[in-house]
Structures are given as C-alpha cells and as structure tokens.
Design a protein around this ligand. Structure first.
Ligand SMILES: Cc1cc2nc3c(=O)[nH]c(=O)nc-3n(C[C@H](O)[C@H](O)[C@H](O)COP(=O)(O)OP(=O)(O)OC[C@H]3O[C@@H](n4cnc5c(N)ncnc54)[C@H](O)[C@@H]3O)c2cc1C
Length: 296
C-alpha cells in the first residue's frame, strides 16, 4: 500500500494545528506534485482508506486518538500565485498563506481584502470555510475553484460552490488545489467611510484576540446575536475544563493553556453549548471542525 509514495505512518497531528492538540494519523503525506496527490487519491480509494485534508490546522480540533485514515497536508505544493497585469485577477494555490494573499490584495487596492485582515490559515482552508469577517468573506471574490478527486480534476464556479456564512458546499473527498479570484466578482457595497471604519474595527478586534493557542471562534454567530455575548451572558468567561479555557478577552475563543487535552477542549465546547441552550434557548452551531470524535 502507498508503495513509491512518501507516506509516513503514525504521525502526530498536534503540531499541524494552531490548538497544538490531536493524536496520530494512521497515514500522513505532504505531496509535492499533482501526480503524487493523484496517486495518493487512487491508493486510498483502492484500499477504502478515508482521506482528510489539512491546511494550516487553524480551524480544527482533532481527538486525542487521532484519525484512522490518510491525512494529506498541502504545504508541499500548490503554493504559487499569479497576478494579472491589471491587478484585478489572481490565480493562487490552496497552500498559499491567506494572510500573505490578503496583504497582496490590499496593496493592489482590493477593498474586499479588508474583510480578510487578521484571518490566519491557508487559501484552501479559507475557501472551504468561506473565511472572513463582517467586512467580507473570501468567497465574495472567488470566480472558480480547481479541484481533484480520486479520478479527475475539475472546476466549480462560484454559484456551484454556494458560499454561505463560514461554509461551502463542496462534494465530499475533494481536494481544493487552486482558486481564481477577481476583485470585481462581487462588488462590495460599502460607503465612503468604509475603509476608515474597517481599519478601526480591525484594530479593536486584534486587541481582543488572545495570544494563547486557539482556533479563533468556536461557534458561528446565530442570527441577531454574537455567540461570544451569549457565552459571556452565561458567566462563562474564564471557565475551564483541565487545560482548556474560555478566553477572558473574547468568550467565543477557547484557548489551550499548554496543558489541555483534546478531550478537555471537546468537553468545554459541549458544556458551553449546553449552558447557552439551557439559559438562552439558542442552539449554537459549531464553526470549528471536529476530527476523530465519535460523539458528533
Ligand atoms: C487566532 C485565529 C483567529 C481566527 N480568526 C478568524 C476570523 O476572523 N474569521 C474566520 O473566518 N476564521 C478565523 N479563524 C479560523 C481559521 O483561520 C479559518 O477558518 C481558516 O480559513 C482555516 O484555514 P486552514 O488552512 O487553517 O484550514 P484547516 O483548519 O487546516 O482546515 C479547515 C477545513 O478546510 C479543509 N481544508 C483545508 N485545506 C483544504 C484543501 N486544500 N482541500 C480540501 N479541504 C481543505 C479541512 O479539511 C477542514 O475541513 C481564526 C483562527 C485563529 C487561530
């Protein structure tokens, strides 16, 4: 199995996540070429081995038991960027840093990129999550995505992907390889004061971000509310289970104080969700992606 391919066995996943949590993957690979990625797909499909994709691991909670399958990390390929002469169109690989892309777009004068400031991760992860802020999501500028599954490569258009709040509708077991972005795809309808207000709010937001290991927001904001406000209303700021803690500065951010296990973090997530439901009758939806937990 996987002969001739650089696949490692029993690789600890914690270092590949911003939480620094998670057990081992049965198989782990960092493909360097399209062909290699394609061979990994074919082998995994042949032996019915589940495939997981990991970018920067900045939106993942992986169980202490890890995952039974092949984890493919994108840091070895798909990291190029090409910018059109007009500066209005960009083709960028899934492994490219989202914050680097944001800086480039801001320099090119893309207003929409103000919405992406301060969001870490890879472009692939940011597409999958439709990452962004109230000022705009990456999906707003996506024209088309180039994908691969076990037997073909193909494209999906903006409309087919159906971007929604921190979500997309890609078919399962699909690798995002590169994306075509356009500054003009969806024109943001911002007022004149937009840039000034956005920059002030971004500064404020960055001051609130805890510096400990986290994955940003645990929950999506429900309609008309902020998840962080609801958690704060339930007096849960600073609440901890083992080494997992609800941040004192932003209640929708949970941190690993260095001694947490994934189980601590998982239980803290479930606990906060249950308390908010009991006290506010609002069922919070997770933004974090869970890997290897049988409970959900
Ligand atoms: C300090 C901090 C602040 C944050 N602030 C924000 C914020 O303001 N707004 C926001 O939206 N997010 C925020 N996040 C969350 C995170 O940065 C985003 O969700 C980011 O887009 C995830 O990218 P990633 O590469 O880390 O994805 P990962 O965490 O590695 O993966 C996320 C999902 O994408 C899938 N995936 C990744 N790459 C590929 C690929 N190439 N092909 C197929 N599937 C893939 C994974 O399987 C997984 O389902 C924050 C995180 C941190 C740590």
């Amino acid at each position: 199995m996987f002969s001739g391919l650089s696949v490692k066995r029993n690789v600890l996943l914690a270092p590949y996540t911003t939480f620094k949590l998670g057990g081992v993957a049965d198989f782990f690979a960092i493909p360097k070429t399209w062909t290699e990625l394609n061979c990994l797909f074919k082998e995994a499909n042949k032996y019915k081995i589940p495939i997981y994709f990991i970018g920067n691991g900045s939106n993942l909670l992986i169980s202490d038991q890890g995952v039974r399958g092949l984890v493919i990390n994108f840091s070895g390929c798909f990291d190029s960027i090409s910018i059109s002469a007009s500066g209005e169109e960009i083709i960028v690989g899934a492994a490219y840093s989202f914050s680097k892309l944001t800086k480039i777009c801001l320099k090119l004068g893309w207003k929409i990129a103000l919405g992406w400031v301060g969001v870490p991760g890879s472009v692939g992860g940011a597409i999958k999550m439709n990452a962004g802020t109230v000022f705009g999501n990456l999906g707003h500028s996506v024209k088309m995505v180039n994908l691969m599954n076990f037997n073909k490569t193909f494209f999906m258009s903006h409309e087919q992907i159906r971007f929604s709040y921190r979500d997309t509708e890609f078919p399962p077991n699909i690798a995002l390889c590169s994306v075509y972005l356009s500054n003009k795809y969806i024109e943001p309808q911002y007022g004149k004061e937009f840039a000034k207000t956005a920059i002030e709010l971004i500064r404020k937001r960055n001051r609130k971000q805890p510096t400990q290991r986290s994955i940003g927001s645990i929950f999506k904001n429900p309609k008309k509310y902020f998840a962080g406000h609801l958690i704060e209303l339930c007096a849960l700021k600073g609440y901890r289970i083992g080494g997992a803690k609800i941040s004192e500065t932003h209640a929708n951010i949970f941190v690993n104080d260095g001694a947490a296990t994934s189980r601590d973090m998982f239980e803290l997530c479930q606990f906060a969700r249950n308390i908010v439901y009991d006290q506010c009758k609002i069922r919070l939806e997770f933004e974090v992606k869970f890997w290897g937990f049988s409970e959900r």
